[in-house]
Design a protein. Structure first.
Length: 188
């Protein structure tokens, strides 16, 4: 395998922040690209980190969250997920999001991994957790969320990825990583 130069080949000539709200910043760059030619680049910076949680009960069922996604103009089934501000840890955000969206609290938490979600246009980072030893309380979703909760066998959640029912990147990545670990005997 050939070694690649891992230093930054991009030269930024100019940077402008063209938009900002509570969740994102949009930057426009004038650059010299790796081939040495002038060009442009746009980047969406996410202010919060994405957090995804796979809750698993004692019978190997998980809980999925269904909601209509404005950006896609379609309904989406997902693992419980949300944002982590710079003022909280990823684990505390995961605990908060699981409780808000499903009413579940977990006694045991395992860090599953991380991924950049679309690194050609955004720096959005997601981190994934598995939550077990669950207790059910009352959910309290945000005002922008009209959620439906579905309890399914974990194997069915894996199949929902295969048949295209689950297409959310955080959900697909987290569930497929868990499935791979399971098949390799690295999980239960």
């Amino acid at each position: 395998m050939l070694a690649h130069n891992e230093t930054n080949p991009w030269v930024v000539l100019d940077e402008q922040e063209v938009y900002q709200n509570a969740w994102i910043k949009l930057h426009h760059y004038k650059v010299i690209n790796p081939s040495g030619k002038e060009g442009i680049y746009g980047k969406v910076h996410f202010i919060n980190k994405a957090i995804g949680i796979i809750p698993i009960d004692e019978n190997l069922h998980t809980y999925l969250v269904g909601q209509y996604r404005f950006t896609l103009q379609q309904y989406s089934w997902e693992i419980p997920e949300g944002g982590c501000s710079g003022h909280e840890t990823s684990l505390s955000a995961a605990k908060r999001e699981l409780m808000e969206e499903t009413g579940l609290q977990a006694a045991k938490w395992v860090y599953l991994g991380k991924a950049f979600l679309s690194n050609s246009v955004t720096d959005e980072l997601a981190e994934f957790f598995v939550a077990t030893e669950l207790s059910l309380f009352t959910a309290s979703p945000e005002e922008t969320e009209q959620l439906q909760i579905k309890k399914v066998p974990l194997q069915q959640a894996f199949e929902m990825i295969e048949n295209g029912t689950i297409t959310d990147a955080v959900s697909v990545l987290a569930l497929q990583k868990l499935q791979l670990m399971w098949m390799q005997g690295k999980w239960k």
